[in-house]
Ligand binder design. Structure first.
Ligand SMILES: Cc1cc2nc3c(=O)[nH]c(=O)nc-3n(C[C@H](O)[C@H](O)[C@H](O)COP(=O)(O)O)c2cc1C
Length: 182
């Protein structure tokens, strides 16, 4: 028993599992692209802000810089295949939405659509961006927030009604318990 030392660069896996989202963005013609993202966190309630760490190599990063908005779509446990697909190919090479069964819904405020099958969908306008090592910290202002009706109780997820997809890293996933502990 006791602590063992690991390589500092492997620390990222020790801050997971984390919920998986598909970040949807559009090009200047309105054509959508999605990428899986687990490095997500709220940063402010007022204004409502979140941060997602996106590598500048991603097509998604290029699109968000161009059209200045995106949506965050949290997946449920049945959507591992979608997580792997949207995280395994670049929109530069593949039209991922054309090849997937996911349904895109027009957003109310932002140009990027959101995903009908998601547990939660957040419309975000680009608020700011900071360099952050090999990723960029992309801050979104949450303009609209939607959640599956049965998935929410007293503002938090009702875990008996929804199984959130959580990413451990290295291609491994898990999910939530079917109850909360207070
Ligand atoms: C579960 C999962 C989580 C991921 N999380 C992130 C992330 O938080 N930030 C990131 O830059 N890439 C992340 N990736 C990698 C991108 O999803 C992947 O490089 C994707 O192909 C980029 O697509 P794009 O070029 O169409 O934007 C993740 C991949 C998977 C499978």
């Amino acid at each position: 028993m006791g602590l063992v030392e690991i390589k500092p660069r492997s620390f990222v896996y020790l801050l997971q599992p984390k919920p998986v989202a598909i970040i949807v963005s559009v090009d200047s013609f309105g054509k959508p692209n999605g990428m899986s993202a687990a490095w997500l966190t709220p940063t402010s309630r007022d204004p409502p802000l979140l941060a997602v760490a996106i590598s500048p190599k991603r097509y998604t990063y290029e699109l968000i810089k161009q059209t200045r908005d995106f949506t965050v779509n949290i997946l449920d446990f049945s959507m591992i295949h979608e997580s792997e697909f949207f995280g395994g190919y670049s929109g530069r090479a593949v039209d991922k939405f054309e090849k997937s069964k996911l349904t895109l819904v027009k957003s109310r405020i932002v140009k990027s659509p959101h995903i009908a099958e998601a547990v939660t969908a957040l419309e975000c306008s680009l608020y700011d961006e900071y360099p952050a090592g090999d990723h960029a910290l992309v801050l979104g202002k949450v303009e609209k927030a939607y959640v599956r009706e049965e998935a929410i109780e007293d503002d938090t997820y009702n875990l008996s009604k929804v199984k959130i997809l959580l990413y451990l890293g290295g291609g491994k996933y898990t999910t939530t318990l079917d109850h909360s502990i207070t």
